[in-house]
Design a protein around this ligand. Structure first.
Ligand code: BES
Ligand code: MG
Ligand code: ZN
Length: 466
């Protein structure tokens, strides 16, 4: 779907003219006031739609009225939701083109574009019979700048969603490395297995050793014209999580191609950052591998040595993400950055705690956590802080090594957070658990089922606003 911007669309001939209505107010079109408002009492609650066939009484064949809720409560998030609902309705009536002419003061073009793109998204490359898609939409009144920024964000989300939706057969560690290398404007280094061995990443290597796909350690670097802050973004890149020798049951394994959603998010962010050109240095880091059972797999009881020399007794091979992240965190801390953020589909416990509504967030710096939570809230991604009480570490104590990789089933997200902290040194750090938000079983809001691109908007806004 192509997204355009134009000064004035209401007088132009079009298939569907999309206008807005605030609760308790009238619309910009008399015909809509006559039918929707006066005759049918259409209220205009957020996301409600009302379709009018104009039968030649307007330059548009149809007018779609979209509710924006109460004017005083309207904001960018509501804009995104309302446009998303409008697109869903337009798809339903099989419209090809539409012109949005919203009578509002705010320049919310960025949110409008993001909402439209989220709702328009489909992962239908494997379908012979494609579902209906719109060709083009035009927005009036928004600035070109807002529309363009919206498109950059929307493209970044699409990169992330496509990668996480893709089968593990295709989205392999090598594929992630290829995608990273193809992003223009970055300095990218891919470390092969022997180089990973030289870096002494014993935890990461152990996870990947049971797979036929060789591991790749990916380091992308963006440098702004000025560097006001240096940030490292680490994405969990388990291209398939079978659980390893501690094999997952079939139902839990079914969607585990999404276990690289953190990596997909980081690739989405890195692909967009070169277009936004913020005054920061951003490192995108992915320890990519598969967690598979085989004769060469790592085993429960193995003792691994991470890059920082700490030893880990393998208690459960299915707690693999934290092992790969441990080495990635050590690597990031050596870059002497100001902040490190890791994003990972890390624990089923996070899904139990927060469902698919919010991601978990933990860290060692309250201000940074709050800033990420706020950034998320402003662009429609919810984060909920989980406590880093040191008692959660007790269950990770090992008789033979510095720690085990799993502990009690209870408080599992926090235990994982405390485990990760063991590999963080002298840097502000936050950990984001997207186990519940990265991949939807059922449609939710403007999202269809499958990958959501969780974290992309927040992390992109975060690095941009720094
Ligand atoms: N990739 C999973 C976590 C996950 C679960 C993500 C459900 C998305 C949806 C992770 O590697 C895992 O298997 N975690 C285990 C840890 C356990 C063995 C301590 C879990 O959460 O069950
Ligand atoms: Mg696992
Ligand atoms: Zn996993």
């Amino acid at each position: 779907m192509e997204i355009k911007v134009s000064e004035n669309v209401s007088s132009a001939l079009c298939e569907v003219l999309v206008i807005n209505k605030f609760e308790g107010e009238r619309t910009s079109q008399e015909i809509a006031n006559k039918f929707a408002v006066e005759k049918d009492g259409f209220e205009g609650k957020l996301g409600e739609t009302y379709l009018i066939h104009t039968l030649g009484q307007s330059t548009a064949d149809k007018i779609l009225v979209v509710g924006l809720g109460k004017r005083e409560e309207f904001n960018e998030n509501k804009m995104r939701e309302a446009v998303g609902k409008a697109i869903k309705k337009l798809q339903q009536i099989k419209a090809k083109n539409a012109s949005f002419d919203f009578d509002i003061e705010n320049d919310f073009g960025k949110s409008a574009v993001i909402g439209a793109s989220i709702a328009d998204y489909a992962f239908d490359k494997y379908k012979n019979k494609k579902p209906h898609h719109m060709d083009e939409i035009t927005f009036a009144k928004f600035s070109e700048e807002q529309i363009n920024e919206g498109k950059i964000f929307a493209d970044a989300m699409k990169v992330a969603r496509d990668l996480a939706n893709e089968s593990a057969q295709i989205a392999t560690p090598a594929k992630l490395a290829e995608v990273a290398s193809s992003i223009e404007g970055l300095e990218t280094k891919i470390y092969e297995k022997d180089e990973i061995e030289n870096m002494k990443m014993g935890a990461f290597l152990a996870v990947g050793q049971g797979s036929a796909q060789s591991p790749k350690f990916i380091h992308m670097k963006y440098t702004g014209k000025e560097v006001k802050k240096r940030i490292a973004l680490i994405g969990k890149g388990i291209c398939f999580d079978s659980g390893g020798l501690d094999l997952k049951p079939a139902a839990s394994m079914l969607t585990m191609r999404d276990d690289m959603s953190g990596a997909a998010c980081v690739l989405g962010v890195m692909s967009a950052i070169t277009k936004l050109q913020p005054d920061v240095e951003v490192h995108g880091i992915i320890a990519a591998c598969e967690n598979m059972p085989s004769g060469t797999s790592y085993k429960p009881g193995d003792v691994l040595t991470a890059k920082n020399g700490k030893t880990i007794e393998v208690d459960n091979t299915d707690a693999e993400g934290r092992l790969t992240l441990a080495d990635a965190l050590c690597y990031a801390c050596e870059l002497e950055v100001d902040e490190v953020i890791d994003i990972a589909t890390l624990t089923g416990a996070c899904l139990v705690a927060l469902g698919s509504v919010a991601s978990g967030i933990m860290g060692n710096d309250k201000e940074m956590i709050n800033k990420l939570i706020e950034t998320g809230a402003d662009c429609g991604e919810k984060f909920w802080e989980l406590p880093m009480f040191k008692e959660y570490f007790n269950s990770l104590k090992s008789d033979i090594a510095d720690m085990k990789n799993t502990g009690s089933r209870y408080g599992g997200s926090q235990t994982a957070g405390l485990f990760l902290q063991e590999f963080v040194k002298d840097v502000k750090w936050c950990h984001i658990d997207i186990a519940g938000t990265a991949f939807l079983e059922k449609p939710q809001g403007e999202f269809i089922s499958g990958a959501t691109g969780a974290g992309v908007r927040t992390l992109l806004n975060y690095v941009k606003n720094n």
